[in-house]
Structures are given as C-alpha cells and as structure tokens.
Design a protein around this ligand. Sequence first.
Ligand SMILES: N[C@@H](CCC(=O)N[C@@H](CS)C(=O)NCC(=O)O)C(=O)O
Length: 214
Amino acid sequence: MKLYTYFRSSAAYRVRIALNLKGLAPEMVPIHLVKNGGMQLQADYRAINPEGLVPALEDGGQVLSQSLAIIEYLDETHPSPALMPNNALDRAWVRSLALAIACDIHPLNNLRVLRYLTGKLSVAEEDKNTWYKHWCEEGLSALEKILSSDARVGQFCYRDTPSLADCCLIPQLYNAQRFKVDLSNMPTLLRIQSNCLALPAFAQAAPELQMDAE
Ligand SMILES: N[C@@H](CCC(=O)N[C@@H](CS)C(=O)NCC(=O)O)C(=O)O
C-alpha cells in the first residue's frame, strides 16, 4: 500500500489518522504542493490521480482518490476498530459531519482556490485571508452548534471512539489555528480536539511529524 501525501494537506492528514487508527503503515510518497509549481500538477502525478490533488492511495494495483472514499475503503477492508457507527441513521449523521467539513469548508479554502483569488482575480493577500476566515468560521460555528446539542456526542464526535468525523475535524481545526481563526467560542470542538490529540493515532499524523515536514 502507498499513500501519496503532503505534510500540510488536510485531506491527506485525514487519511493518515485513519491509517494510524487501523494500525496500517503504508509507504509514504511525498508530493510537494508548492515546490516547482506543485508536483501534484505534473504529468507523472496526474497519471496517478488526474485530479491533481492529494491524497491518493494505491492498494492492490488500484489507485483511489478522495480522502473520504479512501477512509471508508480502509474501514471496510480493515473493520477493526470501526470508524463508522453500526446503524444506518448514525452512519448518515457521521457522514454529514465529515461532509460538512470536506465539502462545505475545505474546498473553498484549498490551495488552488486561494491561488486563483490572488492570481487571476488579483485579490489582495489581506482579502484572501478574510475569505479564508469567513468560510472556516461559518462552517466550524455550524458544526459547534450541531455537536454541542446532540446526545450522540461523547469524548469524540460520535460517542467515545473516533470516527470518520474526527478524522475530518482534527485537520480542519489544525488549519484554522494555523490561520489564526478564533475558536474560543467553540468549546465542544476544542474539547473533542484535545481528546483526539491525546491518542497516538492522531498525534502521530500531525503535519510537523511527517517525513516531508519543513
Ligand atoms: N476532496 C478531496 C480534496 C483533496 C484536496 O483538495 N487536496 C489538496 C490538499 S488538502 C490538494 O491537493 N491541493 C492541491 C492544489 O490545490 O493544487 C479529498 O477529500 O481528497
């Protein structure tokens, strides 16, 4: 198994957490998203993932893209510990939390989007940061509302074991803190973050501990 990854990619960070929770240690192949215009855009990587995005997971001669699809694949092929609830309603709820991050927050703040704003659209650096904070705060505040009022929340997003939702939440909070988004009014998210980071699977997936960290 091979994971194409970049230390600061939050989508790759999600998969690194899931791999660690499953006790899997694939070969890590760093794809630098910035150097030389970005390795993800070069022909040899596009032959692996035509989307030009990390992560990609190679397993059994097949390549999978999209972090959530990869995590669900890992969960089906390595069922223990389970990253999804065992009933359909709660599975849908956990997916909704993960998708709120992966579809509604992260894409608006992805590298290529921010670059397009400052490049093609000549948006000033300060306005770009306002854009970043706006979408990040709006999305995370909604999650705080959801998680602070649902009885299924325990030490983690879903009860007392990590799930797909935590795999998505922790990288998004890491990113938000890196860009100085104010999370002080999001105590539920911060409590879950602290519980997750106390687990080696989450701690060891952190960007600064990766082989390609700068
Ligand atoms: N929906 C995709 C998102 C993947 C993605 O956007 N990856 C980012 C890093 S977090 C990337 O490769 N960006 C390169 C670029 O923007 O050029 C997933 O969940 O895997």
